[in-house]
Each structure stands twice: as structure tokens, then as C-alpha cells.
Design a protein around this ligand. Structure first.
Ligand SMILES: O=C(O)CCC(=O)C(=O)O
Length: 270
């Protein structure tokens, strides 16, 4: 973990549950792990996310992006790593990193870290896969992965992410069915869980049809080291933030001169 980590000690994860999750991720393109954050840490992270949303607005970065979402009931928070050291710790959480390594191998980079809070009345965004946004087809390998942190429960009614089962095997966009959303299923997970989802899974955000229940998710996005990350961290992170990160985070963000060259990760890193 980064030296400035304010994250509580990682909860131990039952090795057999973790092994089963990795096998499912490799086979089905996704897996869910409950109880990665305890209830106090989940509540604290959610409060810090709302504070980050307010800080983003204060800095002039809107949390409503009309080209992504049909209305402002979706609250988007970008550049989480700049806004709170908690997120700089969370992106290197050992359980998340274990899942990342299992799919992408020991060399990986942090591509992005954002949040989407779907409030009552929010609607679906466009259908997409994250890998299709950063790599042209054909998509033969899992080169990207999202670790989705559930800061609230995620269920169909509150706007769970909808995904198309088996779509991580699609090599081209032409393989999508004509009306993909009708074939999609919601991810369902309790607050404090992780959902890992490889980048080739086609998906959309669900509609939040509840009267009063938010659905808050963080999306940690990771990639293989030969892909350019979605975010140019050298430009997105302030000099103060860059100066304060530990060696592992500096490398995983590509902040050094070597950027996305082969990393040769150190043995004591996650
Ligand atoms: O919020 C969601 O459920 C999905 C968000 C998403 O897919 C994205 O922002 O790329």
C-alpha cells in the first residue's frame, strides 16, 4: 500500500473464496467478493466520496456530464486520486490488486479511477465495454479490468450496473445482439463488496427506480502496461499529490520517465 494510506487494515479474505472468484473472473469475465470493506469503512468511504464530489464542483469540474448521462441524477466524480488520499490507498487495496494480477499479470497500470452515484431518477447511459474505448477491435484478450467498489448495496431497483453475460468473448462490436439491453442482467452485491469486471464485458448503468435510495459505485480501472492509460496522470495530478505518492503508486500511475514501459514490479509490492 502507499505510505500515506489512511485505509484500515485489509480484511482477510478466505483463500478458497478468493480462488473461486479468480476462476469465475477468468471464465465468466466477472466475479463478486463480499465484505472487502467493513461497514464503518464503507460508510466513511461514501462520506468521503460525497466530499470529493463537492470539491470537484468547487474546482469547476462538473459532476453532471450530459454526454454520458440523460439527466443530472447521475453524479460523476473524476480524478478521485487527486481529491482524497483515501482513494490513493483504495486503488492499491491488496484484494483488488490480487484480482487485477490474476487477470492482467504482475505488470499493470492504473488507467482511471472514477465514481458514479446513481440517484433516484437516474437513467441508463450508452451500452459500451471499457476495453472497446481504449483498444480498437478485435478484442482477443482481457487487457483491462474494473474493480467496482460498492459503497451502497447494488441491485436492479437502485440502478445496478447491467451487463451482457458472455459478452467478454465478443471480439467485435458486430457480435452484439440488436437490442443488447434486453439480454442484460444486473450485478447484485451488498455494500462493502467488490465486483471485478474485465474490460470486454458490455454493459450500461441501470435506471434507479427507487424513491429515495442512492447507488454509489467506484470504478477502479486497470490496464496492461503496453496500453496508454485513459488518464494522463502527469497532467491530472497536482505536483503536491505526485510528490506525496509512494514508489509503487508512482510506478503504477506511470509518473516516472519510463511511463508504460515494462515495469519489473518489486517483489514486496502487492
Ligand atoms: O454506473 C454504472 O453502473 C456503469 C458506469 C459505466 O459503465 C461507466 O461509467 O463507464
Amino acid at each position: 500500500m502507499d505510505g500515506t494510506s489512511p485505509l484500515p487494515a485489509a480484511r482477510p479474505c478466505d483463500p478458497s473464496i478468493l480462488a473461486a472468484a479468480k476462476a469465475r473472473l477468468a471464465e465468466d469475465g466477472w466475479c463478486a467478493l463480499p465484505d472487502v470493506l467493513d461497514p464503518d469503512a464503507t460508510r466513511d468511504t461514501l462520506a468521503r466520496l460525497w466530499a470529493a464530489a463537492a470539491e470537484s464542483e468547487r474546482r469547476g469540474v462538473s459532476t453532471y456530464i450530459p454526454r454520458l448521462d440523460p439527466n443530472d441524477a447521475n453524479v460523476r466524480v473524476f480524478n478521485l486520486l487527486e481529491l482524497d488520499p483515501l482513494f490513493r490507498a483504495l486503488i492499491l487495496h491488496p484484494v483488488a490488486v490480487d484480482l487485477v494480477r490474476s487477470l492482467l499479470g504482475p505488470d499493470w497500470l492504473i488507467s482511471n479511477f472514477t465514481a458514479n452515484i446513481a440517484r433516484p431518477g437516474s437513467q441508463s447511459m450508452m451500452v459500451h465495454s471499457d476495453q472497446s474505448i481504449v483498444v480498437p477491435e478485435p478484442w482477443h484478450h482481457p487487457w483491462t479490468l474494473n474493480i467496482v467498489w460498492c459503497l451502497t448495496d447494488m441491485r436492479f431497483e437502485n440502478g445496478a450496473t447491467l451487463f451482457l453475460p458472455g459478452s467478454h468473448r465478443f471480439a467485435t462490436r458486430a457480435e452484439l445482439p440488436p437490442d443488447p439491453v434486453t439480454h442484460m442482467r444486473p450485478f447484485e452485491a451488498k455494500a462493502g463488496s467488490i465486483v471485478a469486471m474485465e474490460g470486454r464485458v458490455w454493459r450500461t448503468s441501470g435506471a434507479n427506480i427507487t424513491a429515495d435510495e442512492d447507488r454509489a459505485l467506484l470504478f477502479g480501472y486497470y490496464c496492461v502496461p503496453f496500453l496508454r492509460p485513459q488518464v494522463n496522470w502527469n497532467a491530472a495530478l497536482s505536483p503536491e499529490t505526485q510528490a506525496g505518492v509512494g514508489e509503487e503508486l508512482r510506478t503504477r500511475l506511470g509518473l516516472g520517465a519510463a511511463a508504460n514501459n515494462t515495469l519489473a514490479p518489486r517483489k514486496d509490492w502487492n
